[in-house]
Write a protein that binds this ligand. Structure first.
Ligand SMILES: Cc1cc2nc3c(=O)[nH]c(=O)nc-3n(C[C@H](O)[C@H](O)[C@H](O)COP(=O)(O)OP(=O)(O)OC[C@H]3O[C@@H](n4cnc5c(N)ncnc54)[C@H](O)[C@@H]3O)c2cc1C
Length: 396
């Protein structure tokens, strides 16, 4: 009988995996033994890191959006129909349209979303670059500020050992901010204060979520005159007086608050009952090797939705997608999964407007910081401008 594979979410993880599956299972698709269906809540595909460049006036935003259908191989059926219910007992997902999409294998790839409302006053008093709307708003403020203080804060999920979206982004944007204000000729009148919470995954009282990078950051920030401080876990913001308060009992005033806000999984995942994450954050319990949702034999997940200790990043998904696609293909062909994820993350961090730092790590080894370079930046900009779309199509 024909097997149905359903992918929920047309972002980085869903798109790469759907295309990889179409390639791996082409013989079965041609024999009409396998059907691939994707549902998403948008007709558009957003290259999310692009928002960072919008925040510093290096892009308008539209450059990073493509029609989702155009990124998928023709063998994949695509429907814009937001998932509203996941039933893993009866093996179906219900769309907002009322249609039930049944499956033999399910891939949950609905990413995560900003949950700024979880910090009192942050929505009114803070800014963030993690959405295109947020990036446009903060870009206007960055373009106008002539003097004062820009405060950087970082929040982590309440569920232990889980990172916020894109672990390196607060460092990247602090350095981009320094370069951007220097370009504008106002840097010397503006103080930049980078803060980090007391607890950041396995690191305590550091400036980053992994120890080797945390140790080199003070000298990096000192070299560009960025004040840095650990032990500041944002608890609330007073939008009127522009003061940020920490759980540790401190307060810092600001003119602009560039925050990494709390994040949560998509509503359909939070409502599904599949997650045991604290504070209804919704991270899916994920087998760190097979990438199956723990306890469910035919449901896989990857990307920002998982509860793994690796970065919620495209550079993570690039290393997870083949594991999921190979395992499903192997289950169909041999009856058991064959691949194992080792926690690998490979990316190029944008350390300032013209410097790129290749980074890689896995479950066993932390990132080893290396000097950033113009060549690194060239690679990163090349990825932003074109290579990403090839990667999303499963060509890279
Ligand atoms: C500002 C910024 C900078 C970043 N920088 C980097 C970087 O330098 N390097 C790096 O590797 N990564 C970076 N990332 C992280 C990277 O973009 C994400 O990890 C990646 O996009 C996650 O992919 P995903 O498929 O899990 O989620 P997404 O790409 O968010 O896709 C989720 C999809 O699910 C859909 N969806 C949601 N709810 C439903 C529903 N109910 N029904 C159906 N569909 C639904 C959404 O519409 C979306 O299409 C950055 C992210 C941001 C925001």
């Amino acid at each position: 009988m024909k097997k149905k594979i359903l992918i929920v979410g047309g972002g980085t993880a869903g798109t790469m995996t759907a295309n990889n599956l179409a390639k791996k299972l082409m013989p079965e698709i041609e024999r009409d033994e396998v059907e691939l269906v994707m549902i998403s809540d948008s007709k558009n595909h957003y290259y999310r890191p692009g928002a960072m460049y919008v925040a510093f006036q290096k892009a308008a935003g539209h450059e990073f959006i493509r029609d989702q259908r155009s990124l998928l191989m023709p063998e994949i059926d695509f429907f814009v129909d937001p998932a509203v219910e996941i039933n893993t007992k009866a093996n179906y997902v219900k769309g907002k349209s009322g249609k039930k999409y049944d499956y033999d294998f399910l891939i949950l790839a609905t990413g995560c979303e900003v949950a700024a409302e979880r910090i009192p006053g942050l929505v009114e008093g803070g800014d963030w670059f993690y959405t295109y709307e947020g990036a446009k708003k903060i870009a206007e403020k960055f373009a106008k500020i002539k003097s004062g203080k820009i405060l950087v804060t970082v929040n982590f999920p309440k569920t232990p050992n889980i990172p916020h979206q894109c672990g390196i982004a607060p460092v990247e944007t602090t350095m981009m901010l320094h370069d951007y204000l220097t370009e504008r000729g106002v840097r010397e009148n503006i103080e930049i204060v980078y803060t980090y919470p007391t607890k950041a995954q396995a690191v305590e009282n550091g400036l980053f979520l992994q120890s080797p990078t945390s140790k080199v950051l003070p000298s990096v920030f000192d070299s560009i005159n960025v004040r840095h401080q650990t032990g500041f876990t944002l608890a609330k913001v007073d939008p009127e007086s522009k003061i940020a308060y920490s759980e540790e009992g401190e307060s810092i005033s600001f003119d602009i608050l560039m925050s990494t806000p709390p994040f949560k999984a998509a509503k359909v995942i939070r409502d599904s009952g599949l997650s045991k994450a604290l504070d209804n954050e919704g991270w899916l319990p994920t087998d760190k090797k097979t990438l199956k949702v723990i306890g469910l034999k035919n449901v896989y997940t990857l990307g920002d939705t998982v509860d793994l200790p690796v970065s919620k990043a495209g550079g993570t998904i690039h290393n997870q997608t083949d594991v999921v696609a190979d395992n499903i293909a192997a289950e169909l062909r041999y009856g058991y999964p064959t691949e194992s994820y080792d926690g690998k993350v490979i990316a190029v961090a944008q350390m300032g407007l013209t410097c790129g730092m290749p980074l890689w790590y896995d479950y066993a080894e932390d990132v080893k910081p290396t000097p950033c370079s113009k060549l690194g930046s060239f690679m990163r900009l090349g990825f932003n401008k074109g290579l990403y779309w090839a990667a999303a199509r499963g060509m890279l």
